[in-house]
Design a protein. Structure first.
Length: 82
């Protein structure tokens, strides 16, 4: 029932022949010249340093607030037990 049915004679491979064509010449479009001034590089680097310092300050502040909250919670818990 589920057995495959094979043809009586195998079919020959197709008789297509591949004719290679010459490749199209590669055209390179001229890119516009981009000049980056040193002032722009310094501005980007300075901005990156400032943003990184601000991110570090926010992270340290968040950690210190979390520690203070844990300490206050434990102090209040001991105060309520008395």
């Amino acid at each position: 029932m589920f057995l495959p049915k094979y043809p009586d004679s195998p079919t020959p491979p197709p008789a297509h022949t591949h004719t290679p064509t010459e490749p199209a010449p590669a055209r390179r479009s001229a890119l516009p010249a981009v000049s980056v001034s040193t002032g722009a590089v310094v501005a980007v680097l300075t901005g990156g340093v400032v943003l990184t310092a601000l991110l570090a300050a926010v992270a340290v502040s968040a950690i210190s607030v979390a520690i203070a909250a844990v300490v206050l919670r434990s102090l209040l818990r001991e105060h309520n037990r008395r």
